[in-house]
Design a protein around this ligand. Structure first.
Ligand SMILES: Cc1cc2nc3c(=O)[nH]c(=O)nc-3n(C[C@H](O)[C@H](O)[C@H](O)COP(=O)(O)OP(=O)(O)OC[C@H]3O[C@@H](n4cnc5c(N)ncnc54)[C@H](O)[C@@H]3O)c2cc1C
Length: 392
């Protein structure tokens, strides 16, 4: 019996590891549209739920070795004053769990690939169309070739061709803000966070200005991952395409130190730019012999740092479901039952959090900050508890 995975992002690779572990009897094939496997030059926050997931597929030690522990997360105002903070050490002790971590995407990709010796990843194989016939799925690639498989796990990302065909009513939403990302430090000739005032390597932060936000996430090896979100009237706004360091400094340079320094230190050729997109929660992930997973199924805005974490959870749960239910079609249905509600909750909450974080009205932003300052610690703890409430 053959399962074909489409897309070798975090979701596809983690699904492959999970299937190898829980259903080694299944033949596995991976097709990836890009000519090479190259992760974005950016960081990724890994919530404790993702780390617990990695533990179930035997990769936790390797992932943690490539990651930086985050003991604290702070939301700051433009002058650097704390609006609210969540002390992961205390929360972890209370909930008896582990912390959150941050990893460079390329490092995570290497860790995942190292777990898949002997699994061929077919590159330059962009799926162009597919068809489910009685006993199989026929897959056509853009290069004119085709293949067949008994089952497909579509992990082809937010613009999934599978979702477009299976759920044509599901439309991409622009969140109203756009995002630049970068990584600084790490090399001998490059400055590290040690040179930057007021940065703690175990603390991640977001600074909320008016209609703008700047995040700082320390990575291992003296590197800092940063992101900068700015409200935008529309997706693909032409003037943002030309944004370089100068324009970022003009927009974020008034925020507290060391934000201007971090922008200044970034190699401009390595700055990434993306609009923030998602789509409303869908009603199905399982379609007979095809299952949507990861961003293809439930892309979310990055405000909770949960997009990849949900893909990781899903990959682990799919493997475990297949270990219990031998028939993939039935397992896909069972998977859908347990994953729809949780992922919808995260997509919706993340969307709302983004709206709050990007408030541009000074009165509303001041009100928001005032309310957040009053949030008791137990509330942060309750949110972490909810995120950890996943049955693998
Ligand atoms: C600015 C930003 C910050 C984020 N920060 C975080 C964070 O801190 N923590 C977190 O958990 N998540 C975060 N996310 C979300 C996270 O990046 C995604 O949820 C995650 O990468 C999704 O992985 P995926 O494998 O499902 O999709 P993708 O990473 O998009 O992978 C899809 C793969 O499929 C391939 N593909 C696409 N179409 C085809 C096709 N037709 N045929 C064959 N192959 C195809 C692509 O080339 C790609 O390799 C962030 C997202 C953004 C935009």
């Amino acid at each position: 019996m053959k399962i074909t995975i489409i897309g070798a992002g975090i979701a596809g690779l983690t699904v492959a590891i999970s299937l190898r572990k829980f259903r080694p009897d299944l033949e596995l094939e991976i097709y990836e549209g890009s000519p090479e496997l190259r992760a974005a030059g950016a960081g990724l926050a890994l919530g404790a739920n993702a780390i617990l997931g990695f533990d179930h597929i035997g990769v936790k030690t390797e992932v943690l070795a490539a990651s930086n522990v985050l003991e604290c997360f702070k939301i700051l105002d433009p002058k650097g004053r704390v609006i609210t903070q969540s002390d992961n050490l205390v929360i972890n002790r209370n909930l008896q769990t582990i912390s959150n971590f941050a990893v460079h995407r390329a490092d995570l990709q290497q860790v995942l690939l190292a777990q898949l010796p002997g699994v061929a990843i077919n590159l330059c194989k962009r799926v162009w169309d597919f068809r489910q016939v009685e006993n199989e799925v026929q897959i056509c690639f853009a290069d004119g070739s085709s293949t067949r498989s008994d089952y497909v796990v579509a992990t082809d990302g937010i613009h999934s061709i599978f979702r477009k065909k299976l759920l044509p009513e599901s439309k991409i939403r622009f969140a109203g803000y756009t995002c630049w990302r970068g990584v600084v430090g790490g090399g001998e000739d490059l400055p590290s966070f040690k040179n930057l005032r007021g940065l703690n390597p175990a603390t991640a932060s977001e600074t909320w200005g008016l209609g703008k936000r700047f995040g700082i996430v320390p990575l291992p090896n003296d590197r800092i991952y940063w992101f900068a979100c700015l409200n935008s009237p529309k997706a693909k706004e032409e003037r943002f395409a030309a944004f370089g360091k100068q324009e970022l400094l003009e927009n974020f340079g008034e925020l507290h130190a060391p934000i201007p320094e971090i922008i200044q230190l970034t190699d401009p050729s390595k700055i990434l730019w993306n609009d923030i997109l998602d789509f409303s929660p869908v009603k199905n992930f399982a379609f007979d012999r095809v299952l949507l997973l990861g961003d293809a199924a439930h892309a979310t805005t990055p405000n909770m740092g949960q997009g990849a974490c949900q893909a990781i959870e899903g990959a682990v749960i799919l493997g475990k479901t297949l270990a219990k239910i031998a028939d993939p079609q039935a397992a896909f249905q069972a998977f859908e039952q347990v994953r729809l509600k949780r992922t919808a909750l995260i997509v919706n909450r993340s969307w709302q959090l983004g709206k709050l974080a990007q408030l541009a009205n000074p009165v509303l932003a001041a009100l928001r900050n005032g309310v957040f300052r009053l949030v008791p610690d137990q509330m942060n703890e309750r949110q972490v508890k909810e995120l950890l409430d996943v049955e693998f």
